[in-house]
Design a protein. Structure first.
Length: 379
């Protein structure tokens, strides 16, 4: 029986609001021995976690639904809220369903949080997943290969069996299909943005940080079918492409306002990367896709990866991404938000790519604020 938009959104909002992670607990209880691995934004190779038979779970702090008490004892008050609220989630037992945590290279604060997590939760697997600072293939690329291989071996030990080549290939196929489904949603949104409000698209995307990828793929396609079946008022407003977001995202900013005051001022927001940690849009962003490519084997039979430069950090990828957005949606404005302190560097690349491409007639705005509420007031 097909679901209505209201039913789908009720489920997605329940996942968004559930700081007890009941969906994760239910997934683990369905088959004894299952494990779940939490990860923070911006990027981790979820395919490797999935190939180990585990559930990747996105952790984006507590938002505005969680009062931070214990977490304030671990960080100064001027430090951004996501590490403090994440500690609050951990110390209050809300993350007990997780068997490990991955802390990607976002900033120095999250690097410190990974060390604190090891001290506070000695019975959990904890890894700081670093990405290269040097973009040379033989330096940064080799470093990234090593990091991926270590994660693969660690998760194999945690699972009690090695992560096989076939398991990796199968997981890569699963996530590729998930990205195809998200691509279908964005294509539909580009054609009929009034049928897919910003808040709904965000919640559907965010659900992928809690659900198994196979289940999320089905959910995305059910949403497309459900919203297409009900005609909504057509709005011929100005189009704005929004890239970037905040690490910790409040319910008030995302849901109650539908990214107003932008939308309230007769604009159709066409977001691409608001749910950090998903990176649905460009297939080549996910470097682990070449993990099992025979052309990249070394003589020692250890897997090689195409260097991260070719997959997520080379400037030409950012250029393609920006031009792809602008050509795809035909916006009147391009609005860029900061992803995280570490990713302010990418703002320079984005600006250079924008300036070098033929984007005449499209306004560009870049914002850098500490909280979503400040952005709301500025707009």
């Amino acid at each position: 029986m097909s679901q209505t938009v209201q039913q789908i959104m009720a489920r997605c909002q329940a996942l968004f609001e559930d700081l007890r992670f009941n969906a994760v607990k239910e997934w683990k209880a369905a088959e004894p021995g299952r494990k779940a691995i939490g990860y923070m934004p911006v990027y981790v190779p979820r395919e490797i976690v999935h190939a180990a038979g585990m559930l990747p779970v996105g952790i984006l702090g507590g938002g505005d639904q969680l009062e931070v008490i214990q977490g304030d004892a671990y960080y100064q008050s001027y430090i951004c809220r996501i590490p403090r609220s994440t500690i609050e989630l951990g110390l209050s037992g809300r993350l007990d369903c997780l068997d490990g945590m991955l802390f990607p290279s976002i900033c120095d604060v999250i690097r410190n949080l990974s060390g604190m997590w090891q001290i506070m939760f000695k019975d959990k697997y904890v890894k700081y997943f670093d990405v290269p600072q040097n973009f040379e293939d033989g330096i940064g690329g080799e470093f990234y290969i090593h990091e991926m291989q270590l994660l693969r071996e660690d998760l194999g030990k945690l699972a009690g069996k090695p992560v096989t080549d076939d398991a990796l290939r199968a997981s890569i196929a699963v996530y590729n299909e998930n990205r195809r489904a998200m691509g279908e949603l964005y294509a539909y949104r580009a054609a009929k943005p009034w049928q897919t409000p910003t808040s709904e698209v965000y919640l559907v995307s965010r659900a992928g940080m809690m659900l198994p990828p196979e289940e999320h793929t089905q959910l995305v396609r059910e949403y497309i079918a459900a919203t297409d079946a009900v005609e909504r008022p057509k709005r011929d407003n100005a189009r704005i492409v929004l890239t970037g977001s905040f690490c910790e995202q409040s319910q008030r900013f995302v849901l109650e306002t539908d990214l107003d005051p932008i939308s309230a001022k007769r604009a159709l927001v066409l977001p691409e990367q608001t749910a950090l940690g998903t990176l649905h849009d460009v297939k080549k962003i996910i470097g682990v896709e070449v993990l099992t490519n025979d052309a990249h084997r070394q003589a020692s039979d250890k897997f090689r990866l195409k260097p991260v430069l070719d997959e997520i950090l080379r400037r030409h990828v950012l250029e393609e991404l920006i031009v792809h957005h602008l050509n795809r949606f035909g916006p009147k404005s391009y609005l860029s938000l900061p992803d995280a302190p570490r990713h302010l560097l990418l703002q320079l690349f984005k600006r250079a790519a924008y300036d070098e491409q033929d984007v005449a007639g499209i306004d560009r705005f870049a914002f850098c604020f500490a909280t979503p509420l400040k952005l709301e007031r500025s707009l």
